[in-house]
Ligand binder design. Structure first.
Ligand code: SF4
Length: 684
């Protein structure tokens, strides 16, 4: 028997530490959270309790497979790794010879977010000269917008929320998607009398358990934040000294917010002027106050303006002065300093790449007749874009192309793998070495492999080493072992990682970065170009965008909205899955194992729809048939259908992203999937 330390690989801010017990036969027989970890304290969420079931699932892909039937049929035959690598590398070479390297497109995202698995293909594809896949479906817009105000993500330490007296969870379902924060620092703050406010168009689990739910209309967060700033400045509730010393652009902001009196914001947001006044005054007069925002409100074409406006609030009231005050978001900047990311990233000589495409635009990338050269080879890893990318039908149309050669490295036959020419078996976190920073805490973890890889599964890193050899790429950096890469990443000598070695991490599983009393903005040391909290952003001005916070209405006609599709569709995550992961593993939390659309009673009644009816959701992008749950989870005019469900779980084999637009925000980044508008009718 042995006990092996590891950490959760999923796209979640908590990055739980775990311990796997392995018997003499090399089987993982017990699995639990590491009780010594100060943030996650031994508790894994209900999703991850199924991880061993995932590892040992009969449905795992354990050997390389080659398509033997039509695309999408799921018919494959087993082949050897040698054959698989030969076929993939030959196809890449042939394509590069015929059409150039830009005809090759990698597609990966956050299926596993460790340093090795997440970035494994970056150097390979830059060496190849392939088209670059840009940005994030989520994260990029919020990161960019917050950085434009306070600098590259010097978020307050998440544990410091325990000292807050007024916590706004803005567009984040913390009780479901950030469980250790909710049960830890926020619960502590609450016991000490803190008020918890949720701003969200959906009555989420978090909103239901908060002290105050501000149920704003989707895509109008900027108007709410601007109206709050209107009240705060009008009533002299801002921190004049902090603003004078540490903020840039106050005069411009003062003029701008005059355009957003609460009465006007009421019309835009659906929140009464009285409630806006009360909210703004409570926020400005309670100290310390904190705003927690992550990736919820960014998936609109105006998402960057929303995040930017919200991010101005803490500077205006001087919230950074006190422990427990400020803006809480991604905790990445300290890892960027502590670790040497260049070990995983393309070398300078291969930058910039000559063509880049957005993750959200996969369907268009695969089907655009003007794409020159067209994408002829697609390689997907860490991702299931048929479910997670917008405009599902266009993605599938692209994947069905006879002249597209698609390779998918996966643990299961996902809806994306169904269309692959070659499916390659991927290891799980039980089977590979991994270095895990956290985007939500200050803890670094080392995940040691607990068991041997099942079947012939390999980590992403090993896949790209094999492909590099087959392509004849001899650069040393492409062939480093996983342990060599981790040791190099940790060899920065930075004070945050001082005393933390590969060996100590291997022994304990995790370590706290040496952040000390990390309160980077208390004295106004913002990492923006001006060194100040930038209400006015020169970067935005240079990009031809409004340099001050502004509310830019969604354009109802820009992405497929017409008078026939009046309902605003929000397709935020489901509680029981992580993006599209785990949908194929049945769970007692999803007894019916089918998605339901949440619809307001007024919207249902006006369409003669009653609870439990099978309904059609449609717009110009597609149609989804599911049962309806009539509830007050949304306000009139807004419906909620989580995006995570695999298409097979709906009545017509299409899921929420069949209804979402495939654009990016007006900042040319992220996704605008939440711009979606639809109609709902009773299914015939
Ligand atoms: S998904 Fe998040 S909360 Fe659940 S075990 Fe992983 S890191 Fe922890």
């Amino acid at each position: 028997m042995k006990k092996v330390h590891g950490a959760c690989p999923h796209d979640c801010p908590d990055t739980c530490a775990w311990v796997v017990t392995v018997n003499d036969e090399g089987e993982a027989i017990e699995f639990h959270g590491d009780p010594d970890h100060p943030f996650t304290k031994g508790a894994l969420c209900s999703k991850l309790k199924r991880y061993p079931q995932r590892v040992y699932s009969q449905e795992r892909v354990l050997y390389p497979l080659k398509r033997s039937g039509p695309k999408g049929s799921g018919e494959f035959v087993r082949i050897s790794w040698d054959q698989a690598i030969e076929e993939v590398s030959s196809k890449f070479k042939e394509t590069i010879e015929k059409s150039g390297p830009l005809a090759v497109l990698p597609y990966n995202f956050a299926g596993t977010i460790g340093m090795l698995q997440r970035y494994a293909g970056e150097q390979f594809f830059s060496r190849l000269g392939a088209t670059e896949i840009l940005g994030d479906i989520c994260g990029a817009t919020a990161y960019d917008a917050i950085s434009s105000v306070i600098g590259p993500m010097d978020s307050m330490q998440v544990e410091d929320l325990q000292y807050s007296k007024f916590i706004i969870l803005w567009g984040t379902n913390t009780a479901t998607t950030n469980v250790h924060l909710w049960g830890g620092a926020i619960a502590t703050a609450r016991r000490s009398g803190a008020t918890i406010v949720v701003v969200d168009p959906i009555k989420t689990n978090t909103a239901a358990h908060a002290d105050w739910h501000i149920q704003v209309k989707p895509g109008t967060d900027a108007a709410l934040a601007l109206a709050m700033m209107h009240v705060i400045i009008r009533d002299g509730l801002y921190d004049k000294e902090f603003v004078d010393m540490h903020c840039l652009g106050f005069n411009g902001l003062s003029e701008r917010v005059k355009e957003y009196p609460p009465e006007k914001a009421e019309e835009i947001t659906g929140i009464s002027a009285t409630e806006i006044e009360k909210f703004a005054i409570a926020y400005a007069t309670t100290s310390p106050s904190a705003i927690r925002t992550v990736v919820g409100m960014e998936r609109y074409s105006n998402g960057h303006t929303a995040v930017r406006a919200v991010a101005c609030l803490p500077g205006l009231v001087g919230a950074y002065r006190e422990k427990g005050g400020g803006l809480s978001s991604f905790m990445l900047s300290m890892f960027f300093e502590a670790l040497d990311y260049s070990v995983m990233l393309p070398p300078e000589e291969h930058l910039p790449r000559s063509r880049s495409l957005h993750l959200a635009e996969l369907g268009r990338a695969l089907t655009d007749p003007d794409m020159d050269p067209p994408v002829e080879c697609l390689m997907v890893y860490n991702s299931n874009p048929v479910v997670t990318a917008p405009n599902q039908n266009l993605v599938i149309e692209g994947l069905k192309r006879d002249d597209l050669f698609a390779v998918v490295h996966e643990q299961f036959i996902t809806d994306t793998a169904l269309y692959a020419d070659i499916v390659l078996p991927a290891t799980t976190q039980f089977e590979h070495l991994e270095l895990m920073p956290s985007w939500g805490t200050g803890y670094l973890a080392l995940n040691k492999p607990a068991i041997e890889p099942l079947g012939e599964a390999v980590p992403n890193t090993e896949l790209f080493r094999r492909l590099s050899r087959a392509m004849g790429f001899t650069e040393t950096y492409l062939h480093l072992s996983d342990e060599e890469r981790i040791r190099l990443m940790m060899a920065t000598g930075h004070k945050y990682i001082c005393g933390i070695t590969y060996e100590t991490l291997a022994e304990n599983g995790w370590a706290s970065l040496n952040l000390g009393d990390f309160q980077p903005l208390a004295n106004g040391q913002f990492t923006t170009p001006s060194g100040k909290c930038e209400f006015y952003s020169q970067d935005y001005a240079d990009a031809g965008q409004d340099p001050l916070p502004i509310y830019e209405p969604l354009d109802p006609f820009e992405y497929g909205v017409d008078y026939e599709t009046p309902l605003h569709l929000v397709s935020a995550k489901n509680a029981h899955f992580l993006n599209s992961e785990y949908v194929n593993l049945r769970h007692r939390g999803t007894v019916k194992h089918q998605p339901e659309v949440e619809m307001n009673p007024q919207d249902a009644a006006s369409r003669d729809i009653v609870d439990g009816d099978m309904v059609r959701l449609y717009n110009r992008f597609g149609e989804v048939r599911v049962r309806v749950h009539v509830s007050n989870m949304t306000k009139e005019g807004v419906v909620y259908l989580p995006f995570n469900w695999w298409p097979e779980t709906t009545a017509n084999g299409q899921s929420a992203n069949a209804l979402t637009p495939d654009g990016v925000s007006r900042r040319d980044i992220g996704s605008n999937a939440f711009d979606a508008h639809i109609q709902i009718r009773k299914a015939g």
